[in-house]
Design a protein around this ligand. Structure first.
Ligand code: PXP
Length: 238
């Protein structure tokens, strides 16, 4: 069964809306773990729009499963990762104006600094995953860079405008899973997944971990975080 990484960024989004102390993402992480989450994911953005440095520091000390730090590959954020040493980092592209991460990282012909940063984090015992589109060239480039894992960007699948387009995107995801498995690197997936559209992706098999945020936190507002996490775990069981 695939692991479930719960992205708690949007707990921090609600807190930041009022600049208060609650809801605290550190408390949310503990509840998600008690409900069965296999890992906690946070994105420390350069603009600090939701998760703050304090959150990552406290989560590093309190998360008992596995802490995955989503981040842009910049000198500043890489230095923070190397200091705090999360279990895993997922490198993502980041634009200031975007509502959320808009696409996968382009690692084909990537800057030399990317490989250097990956190596420095791996030397600190951090597993490095690259968030990429389900594209064979990107997977090949991720391998060349020595990534430990890829996270397949499922956004195009989730946002496909028709049943046919969605099916075509699902085939791309399936092909990417196969290629990454052949290459021997771990396969994660995420972005835009919810309680309905995840079912065909789970059925593909071959995914080690799903990273899911918005749909779980949105459901948690209505039914509670414990139940929202548990229900997603049940879907991962197939
Ligand atoms: N994986 C990555 C790399 C992401 O950037 C995000 C969004 O922060 C997610 C997974 C989770 O996406 P969603 O909030 O749509 O579930």
């Amino acid at each position: 069964m695939a692991r479930l990484g719960v992205n708690i960024d949007h707990v921090a989004t609600v807190r930041q809306a009022r600049g208060t102390m609650s809801p605290d993402p550190v408390a949310a992480a503990a509840i998600a773990e008690l409900a069965g989450a296999d890992g906690i994911t946070v994105h420390l953005r350069e603009d600090r729009r939701h998760i703050q440095d304090r959150d990552v520091e406290l989560l590093r000390r309190t998360v008992q499963t596995s802490l995955n730090l989503e981040m842009a590959c910049t000198d500043e954020i890489v230095a923070i990762a190397n200091k705090l040493r999360p279990d895993c980092v997922t490198l993502v592209p980041e634009k200031r104006q975007e509502l959320t991460t808009e696409g996968g990282l382009n690692v084909v012909g990537a800057a030399l600094s990317l490989g250097r940063h990956i190596e420095s984090m791996q030397e600190n015992g951090i597993v490095v995953s690259l968030f990429i589109d389900p594209d064979l060239e990107q997977i090949d480039a991720a391998m060349q860079l020595g990534a430990d894992a890829i996270e397949i960007h499922t956004g195009s699948y989730c946002d496909a405008p028709s049943r046919g387009a969605r099916q075509a995107e699902l085939v791309k995801v399936q092909t990417a899973i196969h290629a990454a498995r052949q290459a021997g690197i771990a396969v994660n997936a995420g972005h835009g997944l919810n309680y309905n559209n995840i079912i065909p992706v789970v059925a593909l098999g071959g995914i080690d971990e799903f990273n899911i945020g918005h749909s779980i936190i949105a459901r948690a507002v209505l039914v509670g975080l414990e139940r929202a996490v548990r229900e997603m775990k049940e879907l991962l069981a197939g």
